[in-house]
Design a protein around this ligand. Sequence first.
Ligand SMILES: [Fe+2]
Ligand SMILES: [Fe+2]
Length: 166
Amino acid sequence: MFLNRLKALLLPNRPGPIHPADQQRSLESEISDPRLATIVWRKEYLCGHPRIDEQHKMLFLIGNRLINAGRQGHSKEKVERLIGEMSQHILDHFCSEELILVHAGHPLTQQHRDAHQCLQDRAAEFSMQYARGQVSVEDIVSFVAHDVIHGHIIKEDLKFAVKALA
Ligand SMILES: [Fe+2]
Ligand SMILES: [Fe+2]
């Protein structure tokens, strides 16, 4: 039942390529639907730059897929793939976020760069812990909710909300 709902959102039953606007609607519904997302996206998390906000939404999307895969007891291979996807997205996102902030003339602090490095290190450590079988479902939820969402978006990035990027 749950899986069918998820598949319906991810793979719309229609021929041809998915229009970007539909893809966007699908992403919005998945990250804002409490039945699908443990960590629900809220508009209060918007920082005001469309590209950064889009990438943050992707962190919610991948993070919730990772939590769901852990909760549903999916294969180690699948969970590792999602952890890899999350780590790669974190890396790509930090690169583009730092470039955007510098380009916008934002005084990107060393403290913010250090926070990015810290989360990248944490993601690498988490990945190794999972490979060694040292990660529980609660640890997955904590990594996504505490380290990635709270530690990065809420605690750090909301400091440079709309006014800094306008
Ligand atoms: Fe960010
Ligand atoms: Fe950041």
